[in-house]
Design a binder for this molecule. Structure first.
Ligand code: CAA
Length: 440
């Protein structure tokens, strides 16, 4: 069967930067290490006042189409995943298509367009939709453009403020992909939860501590469900495990959970048992609290073992490098985790062709998905073509006063006249309703 998956990827970061240890921490009266070590973040990417989810998504897509030599006629489907949408009727993909049509010959009249919403997992759901569309033979030889774009901003003073971010990831899904083959096997964990909501308001209402627990619970269920279709997973089966990364500290917790889960009842658990004992079994405890304490004790011991630390350093840590510099991109977050891992492998000269990724996506509200991906032999050229380092380097470093001003701008009417900190450089900009998506 012909492989279907991600042929190419492009990343577009917000043009501003908020330094967490240097600017945010002193203002909040917090120890900078709370952010750098505790949450694992150095900076947030922030949108300038002329940037929004449309412009960032269109800029990422334009760069991808230009680099791959794609014309509108090559694209039969445009799906935008976002949890920062501003229109309850017209999907963001129509605005993005409008931007692209202004610079290409031809249009997207033939393309099926939509908007996917399930918090941060919607980017992966859009990939799944594109995969299914192609597998069903409905694509008429065309590929799908999937764009994950968000301005992940929180109210000032909210605990989530330290984890903000803004950016877009554009992916082209096609047959015989250069980068990643997707698989038909998936595992899900899903439940009706209210830890993170945006009921027609700009900033989310979040119960941050609870959201961490809900993420872990759904991810454990998704792993169990995945194993029920794909068979037992072993920690050495995959080179990297890119997970949804609201902040790297969250993935530290998820990685421990995943490692404990996949090593249970295996030779790895037996080998570890000599050092730290066997994993606590629920059936051996009458009392739920005593079981939880035993699990916590086991996890504390596990994370100190050389075996776990080596696995984490090789398999998980490389997925977090971009996230540390940009914060949470909601729907794009797991896709920059994948890109980050592949970029680190490219930089160290590793050959990954044929290797497997274990991808963990998550959306509040809440749902997790686990699936595997196989790295294709064109991966090096695709990752080499990304210019994300240059983009990060070019960001304008906000002072606290600048930050307050631009944060206010994004919280008010979109058609406001505020200072621009950077100058658009051949990119789509939001220039007011009716003029939105002009290229300057
Ligand atoms: N040095 C080193 N570490 C420090 C430190 C210091 N001086 N001070 C604190 N820390 C550590 C803490 O011990 C803690 O680590 P552990 O969790 O491993 O114990 C970490 O830094 C964070 O400290 P706090 O828990 O005190 O931080 P907080 O309460 O201010 O905020 C948060 C944490 C509640 C998660 C907040 O960032 C938040 O609300 N974020 C938004 C919600 C979110 O991202 N949830 C994640 C799951 S939901 C999801 O994934 C969907 C999504 O994208 C939003």
């Amino acid at each position: 069967m012909t492989a279907v998956g991600i042929d190419a990827i492009e990343i577009w970061t917000g043009n501003l930067k908020l330094d967490l240890p240097g600017t945010f921490a002193p203002q909040k009266g917090e120890d900078p290490e709370k952010y750098t070590k505790g949450l694992g973040l150095n900076a947030s990417s922030f949108p300038d006042s002329y940037e929004d989810i449309v412009t960032m998504g269109a800029n990422a897509a334009h760069r991808l189409m230009d680099r791959k030599g794609l014309e509108p006629d090559d694209i039969g489907r445009i799906d935008v995943a976002t949890e920062s949408s501003f229109d309850n009727s017209k999907p963001v993909s129509t605005y993005v298509a409008g931007c692209l049509e202004s610079v290409y010959e031809g249009d997207f009249h033939h393309a099926n367009k939509g908007e996917r919403k399930f918090a941060c997992i919607a980017g992966t759901q859009s990939l799944d939709d594109a995969y299914n569309w192609i597998r069903a033979g409905r694509n008429r030889g065309r590929g799908a453009l999937v764009i994950a774009t968000d301005t992940a901003l929180y109210a000032r003073g909210d605990a989530g403020e330290a984890t903000q971010g803004a950016g877009a990831v554009a992916m082209y899904i096609d047959e015989d992909p250069n980068l990643i083959e997707l698989s038909a096997k998936q595992g899900y964990g899903s439940a009706d939860e209210t830890d993170f909501l945006k009921p027609n308001q700009q900033f989310p209402s979040v119960d941050g501590k609870r959201s961490v627990q809900v993420y872990l619970a759904r991810m454990r269920e998704a792993l169990e469900d995945y194993e029920s279709v794909a068979g037992d997973v072993h920690p050495d089966d995959f080179v990297f495990a890119p997970f949804h990364t609201p902040f790297p500290g969250m993935v530290r917790k998820a990685a421990m959970l995943a490692y404990r889960h996949v090593t249970r009842d295996t030779a790895v658990e037996e080998e570890l048992a000599e050092e730290i004992g066997r994993q606590p079994r629920r059936e051996a405890f009458d009392d739920e609290d005593a079981f939880r304490d035993a699990v916590r004790e086991y996890m504390d011991a596990l994370k100190k073992t050389d075996r776990y630390q080596e696995w984490y350093a090789e398999t998980v840590d490389p997925t977090l490098a971009l996230s540390r510099e940009v914060g949470n991109w909601y729907t794009g977050s797991v896709h920059i985790a994948r890109a980050s891992a592949l970029k680190s492998a490219l930089e160290s000269g590793r050959d990954l062709t044929g290797e497997t990724l274990l991808v963990g996506s998550y959306g509040s509200g809440a749902q997790a998905e686990i699936h595997a991906e196989t790295i294709q032999d064109g991966w090096e050229a695709e990752i080499e073509a990304m210019n994300v380092d240059e983009q990060l380097e070019a960001r304008y470093d906000l002072s606290w006063e600048d930050y307050e001003e631009v944060h206010d701008a994004h919280n008010h009417e979109m058609d406001v006249d505020v200072e621009e900190f950077t100058t658009p450089d051949e990119e789509f900009v939001f220039d007011g309703w009716g003029r939105m998506g002009e290229r300057k």
